[in-house]
Structure formats: C-alpha cells, structure tokens
Design a protein around this ligand. Structure first.
Ligand code: HAM
Length: 437
C-alpha cells in the first residue's frame, strides 16, 4: 500500500486515456456503431463483474486466461466473482437469462467496454484493455460468418486501415475434433521431446495450443503435424467451404491458416483473426469465431453463435501510426468580448451557438485583442469572434478564420449558419462514394 503522502499512481497495466487521445477512441466507437447498425446489430451492455464459474465453464478451465490471468476475488458473502476477461460468455449468459431466444429469429448484438486480464504488460497488451465486439446468436448458417467478416473488413476500411490480413481456419466440432485430437496427440508423442517445455506440457493439457507456439526452433516440427482442416467431418467441411465461397462472392480477401487456434475453448468450426503488420509482436488486432455449443454449456437452449472482439487499444495504436483519420475538433469558435457593453450580447450569442451544437469557448474576463488571438490559437479554435462595442451597435461581426487569417463580416443572426457551413464534417477516411457493386 502507498505510504501517507506518497504519490499514488495508476495500477500496473492500466492507463488513463487523456483528452489528447480520446477523440480517436470516440471516432472508432462512432464508426463501429454506424457500421454495426447498418448490419442491424443492437447494443447490449453487460456488467463488468460476473460469477467466476461463467468463465471457467465457457473460456475453459485449462486455458491461460482462466488459470493465470483472471482477476478473481471472494466477495464479502464468499461468492467468487471475476472481472470479465472477455464478453462473449457474458452476452450468452444475458441471452439465456433474459430469454432473448424467445423473441424468434436471430439476435445480433454488439458491445464496447473494458476487459481485464493479468498479462505481462507491454505495448498493445494491458491488464485493463478495451474491446469492441459483436455476437450473432441463434443460427449456424455459414452466411452469418461471412456477413460478419464482411462487416469487420468494412469497418477497418472505413477507419482508413489498409495493411491487415484476415486469417481463417476451422477447428471442427464436438464430432470431429476429438478424433483429430487423438491423431494430434499420437503425432505429438513422437516429437514432443524435441519441443519447448511449454509445448511438452501443452501436448498433454491442451494439444491444440502447441500449434500456436511462437518458438522458432519448434516451427519445422510443428509444420509437419496433422492439421484439423484435414480431419473435418463432412458437415464441418461443407460449412467451411460455404463460408469461403461466400467470402469470395462478397469480395472479402482472406488467407486459410490451418494452424490458427485460439486461446479460448468454446470455439467450433470457423475461427479467425485479423492481424496488422503495423502492430509488431502483439499483431492480433481482433479475433473471433463460431461457438455452437456455448449456450448449452451455460445451461441454455441450443443457440449457435458467431462473433468477434476487436482489441480497441491495438486498433487505436494502428490508427495512430497510419494517421489518415480526420478527427472532429469540438471547439468551433472562440469569442472574446471587449468593453462592458459587449459582455451580455456576447454571452447571448455564445448561448445561442451552443444550443445549436456549435462548440464555443468565451473569455471569462475582458482581455485585450492581442491576448484574445493568443488564447484562440492556444485553444486551436478554427474561428475567432472579437466583439467590441462597435460590433454590438452595428449588429455585424468579424469572423476570423484562424488558419488563413481571412475575416468575414457576418450579421449576428447568420453566424450559426456561417459556422455550420464552414465546419461541415470532412469526407471520412476510407469512405468510397464510387464503390462498385
Ligand atoms: P481474444 O482473442 O481473447 O478473443 O481477444 C480479442 C482481441 O482483444 C485480441 O485480438 C486483442 O486485440 C485484444 N486483446 C486481448 N487481450 C488483450 C490485452 N491484454 N491487451 C490488449 N488487447 C488485448 C475474445 O476475447 C473473444 N471473446 C472474441 C470473440 C467474440 N469470439 C467470439 N465472439
């Protein structure tokens, strides 16, 4: 515990997002909302705290997340609670708890929010991080997988991202995976002595994770191991072929990576990740897949599901490097008033503009013209209005463009319209009016 008077700092692996950073975070959220709603997704908000059993049962009791990374504590009434490490389990819990399956058809849900995993912090990896995710519940149709992937690619393109790759695999189902695992275990028995310590352990506890090993020396051995894609049952094979065909028809580029496995146990059939070369070691921008048995595992009715979660911290990091996104500047105009008689009309003008959603900063006390200009540039206000007694008398105001220095005389009643016209949102990065069907 910090001693008295000692500076208290944020917890390791957590961070403050300062006003210089939040516009990009907001922009990503706005764009995600727009794209998701265009695909008929609705927002769901679930609690950050859940019963520990929820994640043990869904994410899997042998996974790194559950064994090493969860923030779990005993509540005052001895109930074991966990700060959610991910939200798919929570969304499925809510779907069952509120009987959303009774509404008929499929549910398309999206969410934003913080997740908690006690990992070793480094660039792009935090203990409190943020996800933007979506889940479709109630159908195993392969067109859902393809539609969601199309939506994801559209979102990344809308954000101006170009360098990313969609990696695709199928991890089979409860019918074909056990058979494959037997084959994999047998193959691993023969080579495991030549693999790293982690892989030797995993070959017993969670053999699929061996495929995900990043140790250079292990790669030639792992490359020769049997892949699940070669062992899919006819139904899973057909599902995978339909997804890939559909993606081609939708003009969504992808790469099949038979070694792609995910760190959560609930996946069946399609799994995927989108990686970005701009991210370095933590290159997974997002991940997801299908989880057809999860609802039953949590005591619910059969409700096949498909979804993803974007690592928002990583997405923002990538967008900072590309820097193509135009961010809205909330402040439109700085108003400085000179002389007592100018104060009241200036306050009224500021109020009128703010009521119309125009961002205004107004000097609290009277300042000289030169100082007013300095204050306006410090605030990075695109426009400045200097209101003196003469302007009040004539009803005509000089609106100064701070970038070009150009001054325009505008009457009081027309200032709002003038500013709105000038500050209309610029064309967004990635927006392509001439998109081909
Ligand atoms: P996940 O792969 O564990 O999947 O996490 C998704 C994304 O969250 C990762 O690709 C990464 O960008 C980000 N992420 C994970 N851990 C951290 C961390 N410590 N710091 C920063 N970013 C991180 C899931 O969570 C599944 N619930 C996704 C899903 C939804 N599958 C189906 N539906």
């Amino acid at each position: 515990m910090a001693k008295k008077n000692e500076l208290i700092q944020s917890v390791k692996g957590t961070r403050d997002l300062l006003p210089s950073e939040t516009p990009l975070w907001q922009r990503v959220e706005e764009e995600a909302r727009k794209v998701f709603e265009a695909y008929n997704f609705r927002e769901i908000r679930t609690p950050v705290l859940e019963q520990t059993a929820l994640f043990a049962r869904s994410v899997g009791s042998d996974t790194d997340i559950v064994t090493k990374e969860m923030y779990t504590f005993e509540d005052r009434d001895s109930e074991s609670l966990t700060l959610r490490p991910e939200a798919t389990a929570s969304v499925v819990r809510a779907y069952i708890e509120h009987g959303l399956y009774n509404q008929g058809g499929i549910q398309k849900l999206y969410y934003f929010g913080p997740m908690f995993r006690r990992e070793r912090p480094q660039k792009g990896r935090y203990r409190q991080f943020y996800q933007i995710g979506a889940e479709v519940l109630g159908s195993e149709h392969p067109a859902i997988d393809a539609e969601v992937l199309e939506m994801l690619v559209l979102l990344l393109e809308r954000l101006g991202l170009k360098e990313f790759k969609l990696l695709l695999n199928s991890v089979g189902c409860s019918k074909c995976r056990p058979e494959y695992l037997k084959t994999l275990r047998k193959a691993l028995d023969e080579v495991k002595d030549r693999l790293c310590t982690d892989c030797r352990r995993r070959s017993h506890t969670n053999p699929l994770r061996v495929l995900d090993c990043k140790i250079e020396a292990d790669q030639p051995i792992i490359e020769k191991l049997p892949t699940i894609l070669e062992h899919l049952c006819p139904e899973c094979r057909q599902h995978f072929d339909s997804v890939t065909l559909d993606l081609k028809q939708r003009r969504v580029d992808f790469e099949i990576v038979p070694r792609l496995v995910r760190g959560l146990d609930y996946y069946t059939r399609t799994t995927f990740e989108i990686t970005s070369g701009l991210l370095g070691a933590q290159n997974a921008l997002l991940g997801g897949g299908r989880y057809d048995g999860l609802s039953e595992m949590l005591g619910g009715p059969p409700a096949p599901g498909f979804g993803f979660a974007i690592g928002q911290d990583r997405l923002v990091l990538t967008l900072e490097t590309t820097g193509t996104l135009k961010l809205a500047q909330p402040l439109a105009v700085y108003i400085a008033w000179l002389g007592d008689a100018a104060r009241e009309p200036s306050l009224l003008l500021a109020r009128q503009l703010r009521r119309q959603g125009i961002g205004v900063e107004i000097s609290y006390h009277q300042i000289k013209l030169k100082k007013a200009m300095g204050a306006a540039s410090k605030l990075q206000a695109p426009y400045t209005l200097i209101i003196g007694e003469d302007e009040v008398a004539s009803g005509s105001y000089q609106v100064k463009n701070m970038q070009t220095g150009e001054q325009t005389s505008v009457s009081a009643g027309e200032i709002a319209g003038f500013l709105k016209e000038k500050l209309r949102e610029p064309l967004q990065a990635g927006e392509d009016p001439a998109e081909q069907p």
